[in-house]
Design a protein around this ligand. Structure first.
Ligand SMILES: *[C@@H]1O[C@H](CO)[C@@H](O)[C@H](O)[C@H]1NC(C)=O
Ligand SMILES: *[C@@H]1O[C@H](CO)[C@@H](O)[C@H](O)[C@H]1NC(C)=O
Ligand SMILES: *[C@@H]1O[C@H](CO)[C@@H](O)[C@H](O)[C@H]1NC(C)=O
Ligand SMILES: *[C@@H]1O[C@H](CO)[C@@H](O)[C@H](O)[C@H]1NC(C)=O
Ligand SMILES: *[C@@H]1O[C@H](CO)[C@@H](O)[C@H](O)[C@H]1NC(C)=O
Ligand SMILES: *[C@@H]1O[C@H](CO)[C@@H](O)[C@H](O)[C@H]1NC(C)=O
Ligand SMILES: *[C@@H]1O[C@H](CO)[C@@H](O)[C@H](O)[C@H]1NC(C)=O
Ligand SMILES: [Zn+2]
Length: 708
């Protein structure tokens, strides 16, 4: 397998909020940008200085405190939506609420108990305790732990530990003859989207799933290693639970009752059974998981026999498969599904050129009252960004392009608010959108990371050189240098897991930026009540300086994409990436019988067109000819539309980009040339060969749009 199919379990540089591990593909042939920048301190233009200086860490702290004290569970967060609208409006963006009627599910009753072989039963705690030091964790309006879109049901059965619950884990258990049918899956979080863990269990005739957090994924900062846990120290609280959606994200994001069309009043509703689980599931903490794992000690296959990477976690148990005869779980999960309103906030400034639009967004909904990393850090930054642009507007500035600001609702359930909005406005977006910039978990630690479509790599990395990352490892360095140190200098490939997904799969240039923790940093409580304002202020980003840093970067990027005379796109960079993906694909194919010649020649044509359009850009810049400028801008705006395949990828028509998609069994991480790669992975070479051709045609369509 190519290296891009392996995961980095320990580097928890979370980007999108659906992600807990930074599992971006590093393609084998990538050359990292490792040179330290030499122009230091950076020189900024007058406008860049104004935008940058407008970011105030103290104000961001205030916005973070506001968002960190509101109930914002999808469909319950109208007040925070109205507050956001009013802030953006007062800063100069014309803003309003945008409502959809979507299918969501809410928790009614959740409980779990274990019965041992001797007949003793004991309840397993499924809730997170209130902490005296952190007021929001004890509020009466706190939301209990649950899985969004999980199936209701009461089940009782012996259980089996299934590792991360990937398809490969299940294949291994089947090969070893482990009895899965009719049992409950005990699954470790990590590596793939949680909904796919439940799907894989369901596909193996299991009747329920319990997904637990394991401190083995926290690196060295653990209680077992002598660190104190939150709220007194940087380690994970033993009772922290990761909530989250169990939608089958790699098949279809968005409201599962309205695939492909917006959830407006009166919209017809489809059956959800293809994209939501039929078996109940619950999330639990590591302290709750410990006795369940220990009860399997001595039963079933050993971790060594299973022989899968990271099978064994850090808890004091053998991590054997079980089942243990007579040891049973009783899982009760009662959910209430309903069609209910959600509220995106949409703000805009009209550009002088109505044909070109930049969209900048983050989601606002959370599983808990806090959510200060996910996504309040992004929400707070967008308020500050609207303020910075408001200062430009006050000085009489008008952007060339329309700027749309979006605060999405129901992202957590499965990118619902953004997907419905894109579905409603897809024609206008296809006509005018130049790019979508996403920020979600803007800050959960100090280490920046960046995923983007290739034509945005150059502008994004160049602008990182213009931002100071204060006190990174004790020094003031550029955001760029901090990013190179954190990520190795590789811009990741967009998979899924946040609101860029619907834009990307409509053929729109996209970028996702954030900053997370890594080795030695305080452990962030992803999707837990302990992702709170108090945690952020004490451990995640004391002083909110990293927030300001990320906000400055986003505003510079937005400014250049909205106002540069010629869109700052680098098309030759797209060619380079395509060539790298092709090399990866060749490795994946190995000696299998798939001929990629058609793909290779399409990339050659793309290379020629990319060079030509670059030359045309140079000519437009030199001449200043308005018509020529417009021609180049429109080619840049439109070329990605060519990558969109009518009919979509095999068995998942929503995902239409022929160059990148989330892996079918990853949900978060990208797979490049997905039609071909998954044909090979799943052993269907007919599909693989057919998709060589479909992918090549997509690349040729994009090349044709660039043709001068
Ligand atoms: C039954 O087994 C459990 C788990 O080993 C143990 O904790 C409990 O004390 C036992 N109860 C009795 C009555 O022996
Ligand atoms: C499921 O279990 C819960 C609590 O154990 C109980 O209140 C509920 O009535 C049960 N539901 C069904 C359908 O058996
Ligand atoms: C944990 O600490 C040890 C010893 O200090 C170090 O060698 C190792 O790299 C650390 N591992 C991680 C994942 O931080
Ligand atoms: C475990 O798996 C690795 C590679 O997947 C293989 O090289 C090794 O021989 C296996 N070990 C055992 C004991 O089966
Ligand atoms: C912005 O442009 C749209 C479309 O041309 C128009 O309908 C709208 O009234 C304009 N809004 C403002 C505030 O100028
Ligand atoms: C970093 O810059 C800030 C202000 O820009 C300054 O207060 C601080 O002393 C600097 N820190 C270091 C380590 O140079
Ligand atoms: C491969 O996919 C095609 C198209 O879906 C299907 O007709 C064929 O049966 C598949 N072949 C195998 C071996 O699964
Ligand atoms: Zn998020």
């Amino acid at each position: 397998m190519a290296s891009r199919l392996t995961f980095l379990f320990l580097a928890s540089l979370a980007l999108g909020c659906q992600k807990e591990f930074h599992s971006n593909p590093r393609h084998a042939h990538f050359k990292a940008l490792t040179k330290r920048q030499n122009d230091w301190p950076p020189a900024l233009t007058e406008t860049e200085t104004l935008l940058s200086n407008s970011f105030d860490a103290n104000s961001i702290d205030d916005w973070a405190e506001y968002y960190g004290s509101q109930v914002k569970l999808a469909g319950l967060g109208k007040e925070a939506a109205e507050w956001t609208r009013d802030k953006w409006s007062s800063n100069g963006f014309t803003s309003s609420l945008n409502e959809y009627q979507v299918y969501l599910s809410y928790p009614k009753h959740q409980s779990l108990s274990v019965t041992y072989a001797n007949g003793t039963s004991s309840p397993i705690n499924v809730q997170e305790p209130a902490l005296a030091e952190d007021e929001v964790t004890g509020r009466p309006d706190s939301i209990p732990t649950f899985h969004g879109y999980s199936a209701s049901g009461n089940v009782s059965a012996e259980y089996v530990y299934v590792g991360r619950g990937t398809q490969a884990d299940f294949d291994r258990l089947v090969a070893l003859g482990v009895d899965l049918k009719g049992k409950i899956a005990l699954v470790k979080y990590g590596s793939i989207f949680r909904g796919l863990k439940v799907k894989n269990a369901q596909d193996h005739d299991m009747i329920g799933a319990i997904i637990f957090t394991d401190p083995g994924d926290d690196g060295n900062v653990t209680v077992a290693n002598g660190y104190e846990h939150y709220p007194s120290g940087p380690a994970r609280h033993p009772d922290a639970v990761q909530k989250g959606s169990v939608l089958f994200l790699s098949t279809y994001p968005g409201d599962p009752t309205t695939p492909g069309y917006p959830s407006v009043e009166g919209a017809p509703r489809a059956d959800t059974s293809k994209v939501t689980p039929k078996i109940p599931s619950l999330p639990i903490s590591y302290s709750a998981a410990l006795p369940l794992l220990q009860a399997l000690d001595g039963h079933g296959k050993t971790a060594a026999e299973v022989n899968r990477t990271a099978w064994k976690g850090a808890l004091d148990a053998e991590y054997r498969t079980g089942p243990a005869p007579g040891v049973k779980l009783s899982l009760s999960n009662l959910m209430e599904g309903k069609i209910t309103p959600i509220w995106n906030v949409i703000g805009y400034i009209n550009g002088t050129n109505p044909d070109e639009t930049l969209v900048i967004g983050n989601h606002r909904d959370t599983w808990m009252i806090g959510g200060t990393g996910d996504p309040n850090s992004g929400s707070a930054i967008l308020i500050e960004l609207s303020k910075a642009f408001g200062k430009l507007l006050a000085g009489g500035w008008k952007p060339r392009r329309n700027i749309v600001l979006a605060s999405w609702d129901a992202e957590e359930y499965g990118l619902v608010g953004s997907t419905e909005w894109v579905e409603e406005h897809v024609n206008w977006l296809t006509e005018t959108a130049v790019a979508y910039l996403n920020i979600d978990v803007a800050v959960s630690g100090p280490r920046p990371s960046l995923d983007a479509t290739p034509e945005l790599h150059t502008i994004a990395t160049e602008l990182m050189k213009k931002v100071v990352h204060p006190n990174f490892g004790g020094f003031n360095i550029s955001l760029y240098d901090a990013w190179v140190k954190s990520s190795g200098g590789e811009v990741g490939v967009l998979g899924s897991g946040s609101d860029f997904t619907s834009f990307l799969h409509s053929g729109i240039s996209a970028l996702d930026v954030g900053s997370g923790g890594g080795t030695g940093d305080p452990v962030w409580h992803y999707h837990s009540n302990y992702d709170s304002y108090n945690w952020m202020a004490k451990f995640g980003d004391p002083g909110f300086h990293v927030h300001a840093t990320m906000g400055k970067f986003l505003s510079l990027l937005a400014y250049h994409l909205a106002d540069d005379e010629i869109l700052p796109f680098d098309l030759p960079q797209y060619t380079k990436e395509l060539k790298g993906y092709l090399e990866d694909l060749s490795e994946l194919i190995g000696s299998e019988d798939v001929d990629t010649a058609e793909l290779k020649s399409a990339i050659d044509v793309f290379e020629t067109r990319a060079k030509e359009v670059k030359a045309l850009e140079d000519q437009a810049k030199l001449s200043g000819d308005e018509e020529l400028v417009k021609v180049v801008n429109h080619k840049y705006r439109d070329f990605q539309r060519g990558f969109i395949s009518q009919g979509g990828l095999p068995n998942r028509e929503f995902y239409r980009h022929v160059v990148t998609a989330p892996g079918l069994d990853t949900g978060y991480a990208a797979i490049t040339f997905p039609g071909v790669s998954e044909g090979v992975q799943y052993g269907n070479l007919t599909i693989a060969q057919e998709w060589v051709s479909k992918t090549a045609k997509g690349i040729l369509r994009a090349a044709e749009i660039l043709k001068t």
